[in-house]
Write a protein that binds this ligand. Structure first.
Ligand code: ARG
Length: 261
């Protein structure tokens, strides 16, 4: 009788554990990163990535965050435009997506300390000579941006280009093709990604440090999730102090330049 009881107790204990795991209650063993993996060198897909098919600076940073938390990193790839909603509703735990910490976004999510400084640049055809500064885009140029990126806000609100002159795509990788095939005069996009995509497609980069202010990339969490935010900031501080982030930036620039050959 006693034996039977212990057995039942053991079985129910297992059942409780299993139910707990299924319901995902208590401490979960994974930390979910939401991203848009069309943004090299920060996140992109490749046959043998760092985490499954995913690779890039952000994937390396997120892996370190998960490791320091003793958790498994899971990656959810989605459209950039949906990332803020995903983390606000708890579908993902953190957005690691080369995301600029803008005042507007700060109203919906909390950001970590910044980990990278970027700015916008223009990607043009290799033989283009009439776009040398941002103002030139106002001369009836057809300009491409990625929907919801800071570049979109800048051409729309700051430069105030005519709507009929702006083309919005879902991925930077796609929109630079339109510069290549002559449909667009320029694409306004983040510096590191623009350079990587220009290199890959034989296009030219035009910078205008006066017109395009610097932007800081940071990791976003649900508003009020200080527990996770503290852990993220700890890892970022560690990776900044020991030069790891700088090292990753160099490493991935080289990696992509090699692949572009
Ligand atoms: N820094 C820009 C922004 O925050 C572009 C980020 C795009 N990131 C991506 N993973 N696709 O709007």
């Amino acid at each position: 009788m006693r034996k039977v009881l212990t057995k039942i107790a053991a079985i129910s204990a297992v059942a409780v554990l299993a139910a707990g795991a299924l319901a995902g209650c208590g401490e979960s063993n994974t930390v979910i990163m939401g991203t848009n993996a069309a943004f090299p060198p920060f996140e992109y897909t490749t046959s043998q990535g760092l985490v499954g098919e995913f690779d890039g600076i952000d994937v390396a940073i997120a892996s370190k965050i998960a490791e320091n938390m003793g958790k498994e990193l899971q990656i959810e790839d989605m459209e950039f435009d949906g990332l803020i909603a995903s983390v606000s509703t708890g579908k993902v735990d953190m957005v690691v997506a080369g995301m600029t910490a803008t005042d507007e976004r700060k109203q919906s999510v909390d950001f970590s300390e910044p980990y990278y400084v970027a700015s916008q640049i223009m990607v043009v055809a290799p033989d283009n000579t009439d776009i040398t500064k941002a103002e030139d885009l106002k001369n009836d140029k057809n300009v491409g941006v990625v929907l919801g990126y800071t570049g979109d806000t800048i051409v729309t609100e700051d430069l105030q280009l005519d709507e009929s002159k702006i083309t919005r795509a879902n991925r930077g990788i796609d929109i630079v093709q339109d510069v290549k095939n002559g449909k667009l005069d320029a694409v306004v996009i983040d510096s590191a990604t623009g350079k990587a995509l220009a290199e890959k497609n034989g296009l030219k980069v035009v910078e205008d440090a006066e017109a395009f202010e610097t932007e800081e990339y940071a990791i976003a969490v649900k508003k009020g999730n200080t527990e996770l935010l503290d852990k993220i900031n700890e890892t970022l501080a560690q990776m900044k102090a020991n030069g790891e982030i700088e090292q990753l930036a160099l490493e991935y620039d080289e990696k992509l330049a090699e692949n572009a050959q």
